[in-house]
Design a protein around this ligand. Sequence first.
Ligand code: SF4
Ligand code: SF4
Length: 307
Amino acid sequence: MASGDVNARLLKAEAERLGFLACGIAKAEFLEREAPRLEQWLRQGKHGRMGYMANHFDLRLDPRRLLPGARSVISLAYNYHTDGVQEDPEAPKVSTYAFGRDYHKVIKKRLEPLMDFIQERFGDVAMRSFVDSAPVLEKAWAERAGIGWRGKHTNVIRQGQGSYFFLCEIIVDLELEPDAPATDHCGTCRRCIEACPTDAITPYGVDGSRCISYLTIELKESIPEEFAGKMENWAFGCDICQQVCPWNRFSTLHTEPEFDPRPELLALTKDEWYGMTEVLFDRLFEGSAVKRTKYEGLQRNVRFLGR
Ligand code: SF4
Ligand code: SF4
């Protein structure tokens, strides 16, 4: 049987061949450094009403609780960067990651051949995959696996490639040579902190209860009055802190056909947004991550922008 080093190289080559932007490996162990941070973040209520963030506390910190006998965490990045833009500059905005098909489904599908490869190449390997899944602290794993560092806005940034990518993980009971953790290259930059319209960046932390992404996607109740006039026209998610990040000058366009923006979405005018019927919502966002808010949620967001 090949060594962990050779296996890691084979795996990374296959991940690249399958279209992943990056693949790194970390040892499956207790996330010592993250434990107190996560506890404090939850204690301070920075998860807002995202109750699920408080669940699975132990599971999140130790991958061996998710997969008995786990030896390695494979962290993968999948590019979603697009040059598509919404045509009407006054139209309520959607985060670019949601322009195409729901990434959960797309990435799950893209992970399958990589998992098949692991099975065929390395024998009977027990594994579990996760795509933006609550029990896994994916940013911490990406950092440990050398994918990139957590910027002051907390998104993972990859040197020379920016931050417009999704993260996913495969936990395996296979020993693979771990990568060196990524190092921080934010330096003295404060652009994201200064550009955030709701002062949500702490830094190296985001107050979830103030972030527009949370307010427009996760929050089920009314958007608090204090954010009126501060939403910068975002109706689903917010890209501001990534747009201003100098590292995103290096982002390359994705090659995933399922992430291609829907032309009808890009062409939607401000008036069409404000007059959107449920029928149009269903058609426009069929199979899209925007469906998460449901029609009523998106309507709430748009109405809040219009006040
Ligand atoms: S996504 Fe928007 S609101 Fe949230 S931290 Fe970034 S700039 Fe601020
Ligand atoms: S904008 Fe500057 S401070 Fe913020 S994440 Fe990017 S490099 Fe770091």
